[in-house]
Design a protein around this ligand. Structure first.
Ligand code: SF4
Length: 494
C-alpha cells in the first residue's frame, strides 16, 4: 500500500481550490503550452514516429505478457554481475528494505536521483522517521523539497512555480539544508542553476549512499538505465560507495535492441529533445569503478493486480514521459496537486486507482478527472488508450464488485453518488430496446418542446447546464420527416 495519498480531498474538492489560484494557472498555462509546442515539433521530425510508437507498445506488451520470465532473467543477470536483488511486495516492504540497507552502511545521509517509485512508496518520509536525511538532487525536486511542497508534474515537479518564487525559496530555505544561496541571487535561470549546483556539489562529494530509480531494466544483461538532463544523476550513480535502486517491475525490457526504440521516443516526448543529454547505464558492480555495492529493489505495489486486468494493464506500458499531462485540459487548469498522488494527470488518473484500488474517495474520483477528449491517447509514445481505461475504471466504480490490491481481495460497493446516472442509463437502455416506447417518447418530446426548461433540475445537472445550452428539440422527429418527405416536397411551392 501507499501512505502518500490517504486522507486527501477528492479530485473535485482539490481542483475547486486550485483552479481559483490565478498564479498557479498562469504558471501551468505557460509551461505546458511551451512544452506542448516543442514536443509536437520534435516528434514531427521523425517520419517513422507512428512505427516507433507501435514498436514501443509491442515491446512493452510482449514483456508484460512474459514478465515472470524476464524478471527471473533480470535477477540472474544482476546477481551474476555483482548486484543483490530484493523483492518488495508493497510500499512498506520497499521502504523497510531500503532503510535496513542504509542502516547497514552506518550512514545517515543519502543523495537521490529523481525517482517516481520512491515518491510512490513515500520513501523520504520513511527515511526521515528512521533518522536518515535524503537530499533530492534534481533541480526541480530540490525546489520542492526546500519548500516542503509536493511535486506536481512527472517530469517538471516544480512546474507550478515561477522563477521569482524559486529565487525566494532558495534565499529563505537553502541555508537550512546546506550551503546557502548568495545574497545577490537573481531570478535568471543561470543564477538559479549555479546556486543549486554549488549547494548540491558538496553533497555529491560527501555522501556515501545514493538512491535512484531507473527508466528501464534490460533483462538480458541486468543493466539499469537512467535518463536525465542535468548531470545530477550521473553524480549520484557514480560517486557514492553504495547504490540502491528502486524500480517498478514493469520497467523491464528484454534486450538492448529494444532500448533503441525508447531512446528515440522518450526524449522527444518528454523534454522535446532529439537525444537525451545524460543517459547512464550500469550493470552490477565493477571493481574500482563506481559504487562497489549495488542493490536492486523490485517493487510490485499493485502492479501484478493491474496486470491481471486485460483492459487496465496497458497503463503498465507507461514510460513516464509526461506528454499526456502537457496536453490535458484538466491538468492544465487543476494542476498536479489536485490529483493527490505522485502520478498526476491522465496517467495518474488510470494508474493510481489500479495500483492502490478505488476504495478511497480520492482514488474513486480520479477516473472522472477527464473530459475524455482523447488528446492524451494521441500523444502517448506507447499508445496507451487512456480514455478507454478511464471509462473501464468508471464502470468498475459505478458497478462495484470484487477487486484485488496487493494480493488482498475486497468487494467495492456500487458508488452511491452515481445512482442518477445508473437509473438514467437503465431507462435509456430499456427504451432503446423497445421501439414502440422509443417512438412514443420521441413524439411526446417533440409535442411538449415548448414546455422544456432551459436548465435541467438537480444540483449537478443544473451546474452542468448553467454553462451549456440544451440543444433545441426539433418540431418533428427524423422518422416523421422521412415518412412525409414526398408529401412535403409536393406541398412546397416551386
Ligand atoms: S501515459 Fe503515455 S504519454 Fe502519459 S506519461 Fe505515460 S508514456 Fe507518457
Amino acid at each position: 500500500m501507499s501512505r502518500t495519498h490517504l486522507g486527501l480531498p477528492t479530485f473535485p474538492q482539490a481542483a475547486r481550490l486550485s483552479t481559483r489560484d490565478e498564479q498557479l494557472r498562469a504558471n501551468l498555462r505557460h509551461a505546458t503550452s511551451t512544452i506542448r509546442t516543442k514536443r509536437a515539433t520534435a516528434t514531427s521530425e521523425l517520419s517513422d514516429w507512428p512505427q516507433l510508437r507501435a514498436a514501443g507498445a509491442a515491446i512493452k506488451d510482449h514483456t508484460l505478457h512474459h514478465l515472470d520470465h524476464y524478471l527471473e532473467q533480470l535477477e540472474t543477470a544482476v546477481t551474476t554481475a555483482g548486484g543483490t536483488v530484493h523483492w518488495a511486495i508493497d510500499a512498506d516492504d520497499a521502504n523497510r528494505i531500503i532503510t535496513d540497507l542504509i542502516h547497514a552502511t552506518g550512514e545517515s545521509e543519502v543523495v537521490k536521483v529523481k525517482s517516481m517509485a520512491t515518491q510512490e512508496t513515500g520513501l523520504n518520509e520513511a527515511l526521515t522517521q528512521a533518522g536518515i536525511t535524503a537530499y533530492e538532487t534534481d533541480l526541480a525536486e530540490l525546489i520542492v523539497q526546500l519548500d516542503n511542497d509536493r511535486p506536481s508534474h512527472i517530469l517538471v515537479p516544480a512546474i507550478h512555480k515561477n522563477r521569482t518564487q524559486i529565487r525566494d525559496i532558495f534565499h529563505t530555505r537553502m541555508g537550512a539544508w546546506g550551503r546557502p544561496a548568495p545574497d545577490d541571487l537573481t531570478d535568471t535561470p543561470a543564477d538559479l542553476a549555479e546556486a543549486a549546483r554549488l549547494h548540491l556539489r558538496e553533497k555529491f562529494l560527501r555522501t556515501k549512499v545514493a538512491i535512484s530509480g531507473a527508466n528501464f531494466m534490460i533483462a538480458e544483461t541486468g543493466t539499469m538505465v537512467v535518463l536525465e538532463s542535468e548531470g545530477n544523476g550521473r553524480m549520484c550513480l557514480t560517486l557514492p560507495d553504495t547504490l540502491i535502486t528502486l524500480v517498478g517491475i514493469e520497467k523491464t525490457i528484454p534486450t538492448w535492441r529494444d532500448l533503441e526504440v525508447f531512446l528515440q521516443t522518450l526524449p522527444r516526448s518528454s523534454t522535446a529533445e532529439r537525444m537525451n543529454p545524460y543517459t547512464t547505464t550500469w550493470t552490477g558492480t565493477t571493481l574500482g569503478d563506481g559504487p562497489q555495492t549495488f542493490h536492486l529493489v523490485l517493487l510490485d505495489n499493485g502492479r501484478t493486480d493491474t496486470l491481471a486486468d486485460t483492459t487496465g494493464r496497458q497503463a503498465l506500458r507507461c514510460i513516464r514521459c509526461s506528454a499526456c499531462l502537457n496536453v490535458c485540459p484538466v491538468y492544465e487548469r487543476a494542476g498536479g496537486h489536485a490529483y493527490g498522488t505522485p502520478y498526476p494527470g491522465p496517467i495518474g488518473a488510470i494508474l493510481t486507482p489500479q495500483l492502490h484500488g478505488t476504495t478511497t474517495p480520492l482514488n474513486a474520483s480520479l477516473p472522472y478527472a477527464s473530459t475524455l477528449c482523447g488528446a492524451c491517447y494521441d500523444v502517448c509514445p506507447v499508445a496507451i488508450n487512456i480514455p478507454e481505461v478511464l471509462v473501464h475504471l468508471r464502470e468498475r466504480i459505478t458497478q462495484g464488485g470484487p477487486t484485488t490490491t496487493n494480493g488482498t481481495k475486497t468487494t467495492i460497493k456500487p458508488a452511491k453518488r452515481h445512482t442518477t446516472e445508473r437509473t438514467t442509463m437503465r431507462t435509456a437502455a430499456w427504451t432503446l430496446n423497445h421501439p414502440a416506447a422509443w417512438t412514443a417518447t420521441q413524439r411526446l418530446t417533440t409535442r411538449t418542446r415548448a414546455l422544456h426548461p432551459r436548465r435541467l433540475p438537480g444540483k449537478t445537472a443544473r451546474a452542468w447546464t448553467a454553462t451549456r445550452d440544451l440543444p433545441p428539440v426539433p418540431a418533428r422527429t427524423f422518422r416523421d420527416w422521412w415518412q412525409h418527405r414526398d408529401a412535403d416536397a409536393k406541398d412546397t411551392p416551386q
